[in-house]
Design a binder for this molecule. Structure first.
Ligand code: HEC
Length: 152
């Protein structure tokens, strides 16, 4: 068979375009999941290093469920009165952002719940608050409790 030379060039060019589009869609497939992975650390990993993401996540959390948890997993026993074992939570939404340099309210509360000894509130003792909430509560539970505390 004898094709004119120009036909060969056209066929090569078409093959080149097909290859380009195959590789293009491949890299799109590979990129999308890795973008989402960076947003969800597990609660037991302690304080998240992101502070922009947690604000947004807490805005979408469920404060009613957080209140239920607060009253059933033990928090209420230490945190609802002035002379309790832990600080009274009244007004915590205002105080939380002022406790630690570089923390916003959400990241401070996250750390207070999942690693209580990282920062000990004045006049209270380290080690009184249970240290295991990060493994007892799911990450979403922690966000729901934070959303509840921000209503107080
Ligand atoms: C046995 C008592 C006890 C229980 C139960 C307890 N805490 Fe605490 N909590 C403390 C004490 C004591 C402190 C103060 C010392 C410190 O900072 O670790 C504290 C500190 C805190 C703080 C920081 C308060 C502030 O004013 O800065 C937060 C927030 C908090 N707890 C939330 C919780 C939540 C939410 C739960 C339940 C999931 C809980 N705690 C369960 C005793 C308790």
């Amino acid at each position: 068979m004898n094709f004119p030379r120009s036909t060969g060039i056209v066929i090569l060019f078409a093959l080149f375009i097909v290859l380009l589009s195959v590789f293009g869609s491949f890299s799109a497939l590979v990129n999308i999941p890795s973008l989402q992975l960076t947003r969800t650390p597990h609660a037991s990993q302690g304080t998240p290093t992101f502070t922009v993401g947690i604000v947004e996540v807490v805005q979408h959390a469920n404060p009613q469920h957080g209140e239920q948890l607060f009253n059933t997993v033990g928090c209420a026993g230490c945190h609802l009165q002035d002379n309790g074992a832990g600080p009274n939570m009244n007004g915590i939404s205002g105080r939380a952002a002022t406790r630690r340099e570089g923390y916003n309210a959400e990241s401070y509360l996250y750390e207070s719940i999942t690693s209580p000894n990282a920062f000990v509130v004045n006049e209270y003792q380290a080690g009184v608050m249970p240290q295991n909430f990060a493994s007892v509560l799911s990450q979403q539970d922690v966000y729901d409790i934070i959303a509840y505390l921000l209503t107080k």
